[in-house]
Design a binder for this molecule. Structure first.
Ligand code: FE2
Length: 193
């Protein structure tokens, strides 16, 4: 029987995050909100209908939900694992997020967007090395919005970059992005200035 006096889930997250992943719940939520808003706006800029845009807002909020599951995998590991091991686990988060959401009634658009949000347009991403338009459109939108939101916010190890620097950094990595999505994203960012 559950009791209401404790919040073990939250305590568990912070404990696990402190050990390895540097998982900060409020930071993750703020990132989710930023990606959600951007993904909605970019989808609208691309001419998608209201339902698609709404689903993209959900996908943006939930895209990194698999990171919560990662703490379960990493619990029980040594305190100081090799970095490569950590990276291997971190790369599981998109598949873990998909697994977590697929029995909860989310649309196929949300599920596919979450699963493939780290696929790169040139085929160098994960988990499936999908390339070009074989990457679902929702995932191509999240890829752009995710990188932008990450670079334009403060991180524990660096300050946020300003908008023009973020755009320059993204152009350096343009191989990762769908150009049509990237141009729509640029219009959204410039209109919000
Ligand atoms: Fe992610």
């Amino acid at each position: 029987m559950q009791t209401a006096e404790k919040e073990p889930g939250q305590a568990e997250i912070f404990k696990s995050g402190d050990r390895l992943l540097d998982f900060d719940l409020s930071e993750e939520l703020n990132h989710g909100i930023a990606v959600s808003n951007l993904a909605y706006a970019v989808a609208a800029e691309l001419g998608q209908d209201e339902e698609f845009c709404y689903q993209m807002a959900i996908a943006g909020m939930l895209h990194d939900i698999g990171k919560l599951k990662l703490t379960d995998y990493i619990n029980g590991q040594e305190n100081d694992p090799l970095l490569i091991e950590e990276l291997k686990y971190v790369r599981m988060h998109s598949s873990l997020g998909y697994e977590e959401l697929k029995d909860q009634g989310y649309s196929e658009l949300v599920l596919q967007s979450v699963l493939y949000h780290h696929e790169n347009y040139d085929g160098s991403g994960y988990p499936s090395n999908l390339r070009g338009d074989s990457i679902p459109l929702g995932a191509r939108i999240l890829r752009v919005c995710d990188v932008y939101a990450a670079l334009s916010s403060d991180r524990p190890y660096r300050k946020a970059f300003d908008v023009s620097t973020v755009i320059e950094l993204m152009i350096d990595e343009i191989k990762n992005f769908d150009m049509e999505v990237f141009l729509a994203f640029q219009r959204v960012v410039h209109n919000n200035k």
